[in-house]
Design a protein around this ligand. Structure first.
Ligand code: PEP
Ligand code: MN
Length: 344
């Protein structure tokens, strides 16, 4: 149930509605907007509840939300959410490209890649210091020193940084460097981690789980939104299917479907979505055509030598070629590719 307050409803009226909703056995979350406040509620709301709340002073109308996910739903918020990563808006008219290595491996590799992707037109730097790894015998990231390298790459290029956080205990530390916290596919339903990033105001890039449905992805987003962090972006990064020629099956359906179901920005990751470098550019362009608000692309100075995900990493040249191709596709669907801020 969503309670839409009248323009100019007083704080006392809002508090009274929250109190009444709670008395009805539901949880109430005020959602202050530019013009008016809405109050999202959790729990099974019936028409009787809606009627009771609609009669309260200061209430304009009450909407019963039919979807299982609520706060992420377009029924609750019809207009698009704009998430700012550093000073880069995501979810507006421009398509933002985020690029960088899968993992921070060294200072030289990360700074070199950051400069190359910025020069080619990327507006956000990606790179993992804490890496989720299916095998405990594989590279698991540099950890804290990796964060320091990311901070240096950010200073050197001016690019805001998206990097993964693996554990609730690390959220505060990672958020000191990260302009956006990535929740990886393997952690999409790590509810303690969702709660922890929900307690911050950092933008969050929430990746779809390996075998997660769209509904499960949106319910995971609701965990973060329910804690008061409204800066959530959803990322389609491929799902596990019977197909073995690709690492994952990139679900292009998810993009226009998510845009229809939710107001949150939608990011496409064709690197993990395909697992093959030669499929990344065509699938990236398909994602832009399908309405993605941003791309997340893995780039490495020497993919053959990458400690992780080399098979799906673009060389600097291949990334630059993708950036040259993207504007025409974006233009065909009335979007522009976001351009980097001029270097001061
Ligand atoms: C990554 O972005 O490098 C990553 C580990 O992604 P995912 O969680 O989608 O596998
Ligand atoms: Mn990766």
């Amino acid at each position: 149930m969503l309670v839409v307050m009248k323009k100019g409803a007083s704080p006392e009226q809002i508090a009274h509605v929250v109190e009444r909703v709670q008395e009805l056995g539901l949880t109430a979350i005020p959602l202050p907007g530019e013009e008016r406040t809405a109050i999202g509620t959790f729990g099974v709301a019936a028409q009787d509840h809606a009627d009771a709340v609609e009669a309260l002073p200061g209430v304009e109308r009450v909407v019963l939300v039919s979807r299982p996910f609520k706060l992420s739903s377009r029924e609750v918020q019809p207009q698009d959410t704009l998430v700012r990563v550093g000073d880069v808006p995501i979810g507006g008219p421009d398509v933002a490209v985020m690029a960088g290595p899968c993992s921070v491996e060294s200072r030289e590799q990360t700074l070199g890649t950051a400069r190359a992707v910025r020069d080619a037109g990327a507006v956000v730097l990606r790179g993992g210091a804490y890496k989720p790894s299916t095998s405990p015998y594989h590279f698991r990231g540099l950890g804290e020193p990796g964060l320091e390298i990311l901070a240096e790459a950010k200073r050197a290029t001016g690019l805001p940084v998206v990097t993964e956080v693996l554990a609730p205990a690390d959220v505060e530390r990672v958020a000191l460097v990260a302009d956006c916290l990535q929740i990886g596919a393997r952690n999409m339903q790590n509810f303690a981690l969702l709660d922890a990033v929900g307690e911050t105001q950092s933008p969050v890039l929430l990746k779809r789980g390996l075998s997660a449905t769209i509904e499960e992805l949106l319910l995971a987003a609701d965990y973060i939104l329910a804690r008061g962090n409204r800066n959530v972006m959803l990322c389609e990064r491929g799902i596990r299917t019977f197909e073995r020629y690709t690492r994952n099956t990139f679900d292009v359906n998810a993009i226009p479907l998510l845009k229809r179901l939710t107001h949150l920005p939608v990011v496409a990751d064709p690197s993990h979505g395909t697992g093959k470098w030669y499929l990344v550019a065509p699938v990236a362009l398909a994602a832009v055509a399908a309405g993605a608000d941003a791309l997340l692309i893995e780039v490495h100075p020497s993919p053959d030598h990458a400690l992780k995900d080399g098979f799906q990493s673009l060389t600097f040249e291949n990334f630059a070629a993708l950036m040259r191709a993207a504007p025409a596709v974006a233009g065909a669907v009335n979007r522009r590719v976001a351009s980097p801020a001029p270097v001061a």
